[in-house]
Design a protein around this ligand. Structure first.
Ligand SMILES: Nc1ncnc2c1ncn2[C@@H]1O[C@H](COP(=O)(O)OP(=O)(O)OP(=O)(O)O)[C@@H](O)[C@H]1O
Length: 248
């Protein structure tokens, strides 16, 4: 048996992002290992989306560094982004395309080799529970199925890291359960960051939790560690996010 450390798939160090004079994200450091699911929690305006947009290469940090699977995102964005799949808060769907047309389009954007596209298209649809939806216009799908198409576009190029920004917003309880099952399936081959407002979602899905408040990281702990210490996630969330973070 080997005790080799599980490789890092994402490493972000001392990230900062200013909007004018406002420091939306301050000195955020986070790491993700293969097969791990990290929950990112925080109240509205805590800086979660800003952080995710930086680590997916969609927003330039004011300071800090980001490596995806060992590739520097700021110096080699194209190479680093090939390892990343991203479902933003607002999935980038085209309602007047069919599911197949859209997923082929996204695969080309990810520069997937032409001959691999049919296989990847089918496998991403199967994984996301869309095997019979290829010819359907995206605009005619239910919200839950549209969210699945959003995830299919994030995984079609077989990324190592998947970033999901509030993926269960607007879903009914059945759709939420199906999405949870999908996340459990995805973690077998990828590492995942899940940003959410739903504490129970972190408890069932994640290995570790980061809580952000006013642009800073105020908690970084494993779920097992919280349990061992007898700390309730809801209680600690309330305690840490109801007070103003002192400026260091
Ligand atoms: N483009 C922008 N210009 C100016 N300020 C911004 C911009 N985007 C975000 N902000 C501000 O940065 C802070 C962090 O916002 P962000 O959207 O990252 O928070 P969040 O934790 O994702 O919130 P939510 O849970 O509501 O999505 C907020 O104060 C927000 O108003």
């Amino acid at each position: 048996m080997t005790n080799e450390p599980v490789p890092l798939t994402l490493s972000a160090k001392h990230l900062q992002r200013n909007y004018g004079n406002h420091q939306a994200v301050q000195n955020i450091t986070l790491e993700l290992r293969r097969g791990e699911v990290l929950g990112l929690l925080g109240p509205n305006g805590a800086g979660k989306t800003t952080t995710l947009r930086m680590i997916t290469g969609n927003l330039a940090p004011s300071a800090g560094s980001i490596e995806i699977c060992g590739v520097d995102l700021l110096n080699n964005p194209r190479e680093a982004k090939a390892y990343l799949g991203y479902l933003p808060e607002m999935p980038p769907l085209y309602f007047d395309m069919t599911v197949d047309e859209y997923l082929r389009f996204v695969a080309r954007l990810h520069r997937v080799e032409k001959q691999r596209i049919p296989h990847l298209l089918e496998s991403s649809k199967i994984r996301c529970g869309l095997p019979d939806r290829g010819r359907q216009l995206i605009g005619t799908l239910s919200k839950g199925l549209q969210q699945r198409v959003g995830i299919a576009q994030a995984i079609i190029h077989e990324p190592d890291v998947i970033i999901l920004d509030e993926p269960t917003v607007g879903l009914d309880p059945n759709q939420m359960r199906e999405l949870r099952e999908l996340i459990q399936d995805l973690r077998k081959s990828c590492s995942i960051i899940l940003s959410t407002h739903i504490l129970s979602e972190v408890e069932w899905a994640c290995d570790r939790v980061h809580i952000m408040h006013e642009g800073r990281m105020v908690l970084s702990e494993t779920l097992a560690g919280l349990k061992q210490k007898g700390i309730n996630l809801e209680t600690v969330f309330t305690q840490l996010t109801q007070q103003t973070v002192p400026v260091q």
